[in-house]
Design a protein around this ligand. Structure first.
Ligand code: XIL
Length: 378
């Protein structure tokens, strides 16, 4: 009996341990499942695609970066690797290695891929700047590049920024360097060698190489440069008239906390009126436009930045008709990899994720706006 009792206690102890282990396991599974179901991300919350400019090195070597890209975004833009200097580093050779890594990642994770870009006045390889040839040779070079790159990614890259930043702030076409003394060529090698209608031909060449790809013109400062905005609108009208295959406009939106909001509204209204796809293609909101070296990311600056992010997302969701919403892409993922810090060598915190890829308070603001617009509460 005693033995039995003892054995019984042992058995019930054993059973209790087993049960508590089982409950613990069930709890962990339920908690994990529950948090999976309830863990909202940008991509699961947004009514339109949400993307980021991605660097393949960070994607491969930084697990925190990769995790954010995998979970938060459903559209990928190549930050640099598909630009001329990235994909065509020497005259007689294309290098698709890094572009292929990004595109394979996008395919594996079921994300849209936006190609950036086929033609720009910057980020061109040294060999191109010293290329010697008559206008026919230049045209051939231009066409071959566009068609080789687009054909390589045919069926894998859904859309392209075909031409990037062709206009000056005053609405004139970039051609010659406006200030040869400043060691910064703001003219455009393509306009100089191919003539002013190179933009239209770039779209035609890209369309020939992949008739299904959506083709975009992409530029910045439309919200503060009415003449540039007008030049783009005029170009679209002209292209439609001539049946040049253009599908969308990229509004880069490298803005800051002081950017006048009326200009943002106006640019979105005018882009919407073209009937084309509208992509906020490179969004970031600087809190330090004056490059203050003593600045800190104060609560006040964070709140002002959150207000501006909320404004942009809300305006996009309400002013751009749903069928024209190609989505919003931020330029980079975390503040540490922002091009603004590297290019302007200043302190800044322009993105939704911090230096360690944790979501910032401004991320929550954007999530709230996305939730509201998705629910139709505008
Ligand atoms: C930037 C990249 O982020 C940098 O890494 C690179 O050094 C220069 O180009 N407008 C554009 C983008 O269209 O291609 C630019 O990207 C940022 C401004």
């Amino acid at each position: 009996m005693g033995k039995f009792k003892y054995a019984g206690i042992k058995r019930s102890l054993f059973t209790a341990t087993k049960l508590s282990l089982l409950f613990a396991a069930l709890f962990i599974i339920a908690a994990a499942g529950g948090s999976r179901q309830t863990q909202r991300t940008l991509q699961s919350t947004s009514p339109f695609p949400i993307g980021a400019a991605i660097d393949p090195g960070l994607l491969q070597h930084n697990p925190a970066y990769r995790h954010v890209v995998e979970t938060e975004f459903n559209s990928i833009t190549a930050e640099n690797v598909l630009k001329w200097a990235g994909v065509h580093p020497v005259a007689d050779r294309f290098d698709f290695t890094k572009g292929d890594i990004l595109v394979a990642f996008a395919q594996d994770h079921n994300k849209r891929f936006h190609g950036h870009n086929l033609c720009w006045y910057q980020y061109n390889p040294a060999w191109l700047r010293s290329f010697n040839g008559d206008s026919l040779a230049w045209e051939q070079l231009f066409k071959t590049h566009i068609q080789t790159v687009v054909a390589h990614y045919k069926g894998k890259i859904e859309s392209w920024d075909v031409v990037n930043e062709a206009f000056h702030e005053d609405g004139t076409l970039r051609v010659e360097d406006t200030n040869p003394a400043d060691n910064n060529d703001d003219g455009c090698i393509w306009a100089r060698h191919l003539g002013k209608d190179y933009i239209a031909r770039a779209f035609e060449y890209a369309h020939e190489a992949d008739p299904n790809a959506l083709l975009f013109y992409n530029d910045y400062n439309e919200e503060i440069s009415p003449a540039k905005l007008q030049a783009i609108i005029n170009m679209v009208k002209d292209f439609k008239h001539r049946h040049i295959p253009i599908n969308g406009l990229g509004l880069q939106m490298h803005i800051n906390i002081n950017t006048p909001q009326a200009g943002i509204t106006e640019a979105m209204r005018q882009f919407a009126a073209t009937g084309l796809q509208v992509h906020i293609a490179e969004l970031d909101i600087s809190v330090n436009p004056k490059s203050d070296t003593a600045i800190t990311y104060s609560t006040d600056l964070q709140n002002r930045q959150a207000g501006m992010f909320a404004f942009v997302v809300h305006q996009y969701a309400t002013l751009i008709p749903k069928k024209q919403q190609y989505g919003i892409t931020t330029w980079n993922v975390g503040d540490a990899d922002s091009w603004i810090r590297h290019t302007y060598r200043r302190k800044d915190w322009p993105l939704l994720f911090d230096d360690n890829y944790a979501p910032k308070p401004v991320y929550d603001t954007v999530m709230n706006v996305l939730t509201a617009v998705k629910a139709g509460r505008r």
